[in-house]
Design a protein around this ligand. Structure first.
Ligand code: THU
Length: 152
């Protein structure tokens, strides 16, 4: 019999990723961490960015002998997505090896994230995979963004 009595899969939620999609996002951030180039800090970080269209771009921190040229995992992921034509984001997961603390993005990364909106979700994880989720506007309140440039 057509349909087989099974319910259709619910439509993809417009907001937070759930279920398998969220697990994939978290896994991709862990996998990206394994690629971290961090010989100076020895503090590997991975990030995975979910676009509005459902694609995932991951990134790791990439350090440099000229220390100040190091780039965080979050910005690596954003630059990969932007350079592939994606500017609308739903969520980012961030992973580090810290067992006792949730990894949080630095101030520079928060501002770069904010360029692409204030209403998306950042999953902050511990090494054991547990996480908390914050809206970007919680991480960077009273932020300055592209809209402000049009106000003068
Ligand atoms: N780092 C990130 O990639 N993301 C964060 O959220 C915090 C810090 C990197 C920068 C540097 O390579 C190393 O971690 C130590 O600060």
């Amino acid at each position: 019999m057509e349909g087989g009595g099974q319910r259709p899969a619910p439509a993809a939620p417009p907001g937070q990723p759930q279920g398998e999609r969220l697990q994939l996002l978290l896994r991709r951030s862990r996998e990206a961490k394994n690629c971290a180039y961090c010989p100076y800090s020895r503090f590997p970080v991975g990030a995975a960015l979910l676009t509005a269209g459902g694609e995932i771009f991951s990134g790791c921190n990439v350090e440099n002998a000229c220390y100040s040229l190091g780039v965080c995992a979050e910005r690596t992921a954003i630059q990969k997505a932007i350079s592939e034509g994606h500017t609308s984001f739903r969520a980012m997961a961030i992973t580090s090896d810290m067992g006792e603390s949730f990894i949080v993005p630095c101030g520079a990364c928060r501002q770069v994230m904010r360029e692409f909106g204030t209403d998306w979700d950042i999953y902050l994880t511990k090494a054991d995979g547990t996480y908390i989720v914050k809206r970007l506007e919680e991480l960077l309140p009273l932020s300055f963004g592209p809209e402000d440039l049009k106000k003068v």
